[in-house]
Write a new protein. Structure first.
Length: 153
């Protein structure tokens, strides 16, 4: 290829995204299907696209390359998704410390707080988070928290 030669990106192909939506990935990168690029812009945009996708914290690895055949040029993105489900158990005493619970409260099991938290970091495939916390025992708590990043168009 000649350095000043322009190519048209015909297709954006994403591979390895099982949970994350194709549309979410193409929204993050600055290259769109139909864009006209020079060879120098191609090499620069490969790194820009890779960094943009890694910065979403949804992928362990991202490989970006422009593939040119005789008939078309396509942007090939290969991603390896992270594990999105994070459980966390919770066990605590209602008292100030273990000694107070054991001696003063006669190690009463009704003064324990038992539960857990479950965090899902890509619930709908658009980088959103769902956090569910449930505690029972001496202190009861139920929390559901939903966060959606990237509210831009």
């Amino acid at each position: 290829m000649v350095i000043g030669q322009e190519i048209i990106v015909e297709l954006i192909e994403v591979e390895g995204n099982y949970r994350t939506k194709h549309g979410f990935i193409t929204k993050i990168i600055p290259v769109k299907a139909g864009d006209t690029l020079t060879v120098l812009e191609q090499h620069f945009l490969e790194g820009v696209c890779q960094r943009a996708l890694i910065n979403t914290k949804l992928f362990n690895s991202v490989e970006v390359s422009f593939v040119t055949s005789s008939s078309q040029t396509k942007l090939h993105i290969e991603v390896k998704e992270r594990w999105y489900l994070y459980p966390s158990p919770h066990l605590a005493l209602a008292d100030r410390n273990f000694n107070e619970w054991w001696v003063d409260r006669n190690h009463d099991f009704t003064r324990l707080v038992v539960g857990g938290t479950l965090l899902h970091k890509n619930i709908s495939g658009h980088g959103d988070e769902l956090l569910a916390t449930v505690w029972t025992g001496f202190e009861r708590r139920a929390i559901i928290d939903y966060k959606t990043p990237y509210l831009h168009h």
